[in-house]
Design a protein around this ligand. Structure first.
Ligand SMILES: Cc1cc2nc3c(=O)[nH]c(=O)nc-3n(C[C@H](O)[C@H](O)[C@H](O)COP(=O)(O)OP(=O)(O)OC[C@H]3O[C@@H](n4cnc5c(N)ncnc54)[C@H](O)[C@@H]3O)c2cc1C
Length: 377
């Protein structure tokens, strides 16, 4: 005999019920609340404890050199919204997201490679990318590998602290009227006559008009419950934080084989390995030694740095190789925002904003996200 769930027995009701408090779910909760939707966010742990906790926090819209034009546009729109977004989130939530705006440097050792990549960057990014030759680089980043022939400098690239970003999104959403249910595990979506009625959780039943699945890697099971097959797989990433006591780095170094990201208190975050289908979050010696060897090849003084900590996380990669942001077909009121792989922090603002607009009735085409809808997967 199936359990009967009625509105009367529910412990909460939302117009929009967001499942997952990672960087994607918490951005959706914030943008939905900002648009005036009655919103609840369910997170089985605390906001920012999933893959988002492992992220380094780069908003690398150009340095990523996306080949998919729709994703490239979406990424730039998202990154460009951050200065204003950060002001608003910090004002509302009181949480500092440690936003840094010094820009990113992509160095090269090969003349041919460097000049080809610079030519491509100049064509696509025209206004603000610069070429720094070896002399300029030596002035800007003392101690960089002497074999570096030059670098692309991208002044608009920014970075921040991802866990704080999740907390700031969630905190700001709460100030705007959303309810944040940490420690609440969504177990079962309840669909009747082709439309969402609510969600069964370990705390009780929530009714809702719209549900948004933003549970990172674990979204797959929730989507399967409503008959939608969207395969995701983990891509493990390991990273390490060290302390550069003298001459802390100013710019983020975004090389092809490694990135070095300066953080508060002279911390330098070095990442990351990329191990598809590895589903544990152990940090291996091979991973760490590889990261440190590549980092110190670009910046030899990393060898003198002191060790702080290491961590690993699982990026939610989609078999379709692009995120799914949209309505689940054939059902009323079921949406998902998943598969952000290695760019969830970067894409969080645009994803939250687009989802809030979809919930209010806007179309994917008018929002410029039709390539991320179910029909295109
Ligand atoms: C080493 C590393 C470095 C990275 N660096 C960057 C970077 O510099 N820039 C960038 O943009 N991206 C980066 N990423 C990628 C980024 O971390 C992910 O794209 C992003 O965190 C995905 O966010 P999410 O909200 O989809 O998933 P998650 O952060 O995993 O959030 C999903 C949340 O949903 C919750 N949840 C799941 N199921 C349920 C349920 N049934 N009920 C309730 N709650 C549930 C989970 O507890 C979790 O908190 C990096 C990743 C790694 C591993």
């Amino acid at each position: 005999m199936p359990e009967i769930h009625t509105k009367a027995s529910a412990i909460g009701h939302a117009e929009c019920l967001v499942i997952g408090g990672g960087v994607i779910g918490s951005s959706i909760a914030y943008h939905a609340a900002r648009e005036g939707h009655n919103t609840i966010m369910l997170e089985r742990l605390l906001p920012g404890e999933g893959a988002s906790k492992a992220a380094v926090g780069m908003l690398a819209a150009e340095s990523e050199e996306f080949t998919d034009p729709e994703l490239a546009r979406f990424a730039r729109t998202s990154r460009d919204a951050f200065p204003e977004l950060v002001r608003e989130l910090e004002r509302l939530s009181g949480v500092s997201v440690e936003f840094r705006t010094e820009g990113f440097v992509t160095p090269f050792r090969s003349e041919t490679e460097g000049h080809e990549r610079w030519k491509a960057a100049r064509t696509q990014e025209n206004d603000h990318a610069e070429w720094w030759d070896a002399r300029e680089l030596a002035r800007r980043i003392p101690g960089l590998d002497r074999q570096t022939i030059g670098a692309i400098y991208r002044s608009k690239e920014t970075q921040l602290a991802p866990v704080q970003l999740c907390r700031a999104y969630a905190g700001a959403a709460a100030v705007l009227g959303a309810s944040i249910w940490s420690g609440t595990h969504a177990k079962q979506l309840v669909v009747q006559n082709g439309r969402i009625r609510g969600v069964v959780t370990d705390k009780g039943f929530f009714t809702c008009n719209q549900v948004i699945i933003a549970g990172g890697l674990d979204s797959m099971q929730l989507l399967e419950q409503v008959g939608f097959h969207y395969p995701l797989y983990p891509v493990k990433g390991e990273a390490i934080a060290v302390s550069l006591k003298e001459h802390p780095l100013e710019y983020t170094i975004y090389a092809d084989d490694i990135y070095l990201v300066p953080k508060q208190n002279n911390e330098l975050w070095i990442g990351a390995t990329s191990l598809p289908h590895h589903d544990n979050d152990e940090v291996t010696i091979a991973g760490l030694t590889g990261l440190l060897a590549r980092a110190s090849a670009w910046l030899p003084r990393v060898r003198e740095a002191s060790f702080i900590r290491t961590w690993a996380g699982l990026r939610p990669q989609a078999a379709a190789e692009r995120p799914f942001i949209g309505a689940v077909p054939g059902l009323e009121g079921v949406y998902a925002a998943v598969g952000h792989y290695r760019n969830g922090v970067l894409l969080s603002d645009a994803t939250g904003r687009a989802m809030a607009a979809l919930l209010a009735g806007a179309g994917a085409v008018e929002l410029g996200i039709s390539g991320f809808s179910a029909e295109c997967l």
